[in-house]
Design a protein around this ligand. Structure first.
Ligand SMILES: [Fe+2]
Length: 296
């Protein structure tokens, strides 16, 4: 029987997407240097820019090199892993080896992985956005995946943010259909990409996320690991923000504590908090933001 109190660590990356060999390689190397005993690495979509280009996938594998062959990876597809007509990258399934336990038709893009103390789920955000059929299917599947065989901690990744960092960008559909399921099952943390900036906050039962901070619900994170950058809004859902900064995040789960740290490409700690598990009252968030100026 695996020890349920055993420590588990993973690295979470936002979009790598562009100039992967020259600009993203340093981020994955710095991450591995910081936490070489990591259990897996998680990529929140847009790993590359053009879904079917061998050259770009080649850069992604070059940049990670032996790290990819040493540490297991899980990845969720972004819009750039899809081509015209919502066709998944032809390289995706042959080159990765992801679970087939999601809804039929979304093999290796929507799935669940159960660790002793952590359930990690990938949703296919592009299919939520483009297909009412797969939106419904993923809603039903997610509810059942969270109901059966629960773990102490739950992390969900998908590409489009529930709460955006980019000014005037909003994914209302995602929030309307999926946030109630996250709330109902008290999902601990949501790991997203797409907006090419950094934002981290906790929002509960608020349709817009504006002007409300709540220290008892799900933590939402948007991050970026590659060099393509967008502006970041002043929306109050974010307790820590950054623009124009390549980042990686290390998440460590040990018994009742989820420890979260975000680092810059240079290995400087930029954001941190602990989540303390409380089934009854909701998780307690302890901010550990370092005394580093916000990069805005
Ligand atoms: Fe994207």
């Amino acid at each position: 029987m695996p020890d349920p109190t055993k420590k588990l660590s993973f690295v979470y990356f936002g979009d790598a997407q562009n100039d992967i060999k020259s600009m993203w390689s340093r981020v994955i190397r710095e991450a591995y240097k910081t936490v070489p005993q990591v259990d897996f690495m998680l990529h929140a979509g847009d790993l590359i820019n053009r879904h079917d280009r061998d050259l770009e996938w080649g850069e992604w594998f070059y940049a990670g090199n032996y790290i990819h062959s040493t540490v297991p990876s899980m990845m969720t597809p972004g819009n750039h892993e899809y081509g015209t007509g919502v066709v998944l990258s032809p390289q995706w399934r042959p080159q990765f080896n992801l679970p087939l336990n999601g809804p039929k038709g979304l093999e290796e893009t929507c799935y669940v992985i159960n660790y002793t103390n952590l359930k990690v789920i990938s949703l296919d955000a592009e299919q939520i956005d483009e297909s009412p059929h797969y939106l419904e299917k993923q809603k039903r599947w997610l509810d059942s995946a969270l109901t059966s065989d629960p773990r102490k901690w739950t992390a969900i990744t998908f590409h489009y943010p529930v709460f955006s960092t980019k000014p005037n960008r909003d994914n209302e559909n995602l929030r309307k259909h999926f946030k109630p399921i996250f709330d109902q099952h008290k999902v601990d943390i949501i790991l997203q990409g797409h907006d090419h900036a950094y934002g981290r906050g906790m929002v509960k039962n608020v349709p817009t996320g504006k002007n409300v901070k709540d220290a008892s619900g799900t933590v939402y994170v948007v991050s970026v690991s590659g060099p393509k950058m967008y502006d970041v809004s002043a929306d109050a859902w974010m307790q820590r923000r950054a623009r124009n900064t390549q980042l990686f995040q290390i998440i460590t789960i040990e018994d009742n504590t989820l420890k979260y740290q975000a680092f810059t490409a240079h290995g400087e700690l930029y954001d941190a908090f602990d989540l303390i598990k409380s089934e009854k009252r909701g998780n307690k968030l302890v901010n550990k933001v370092p005394a580093v100026r916000e990069r805005l």
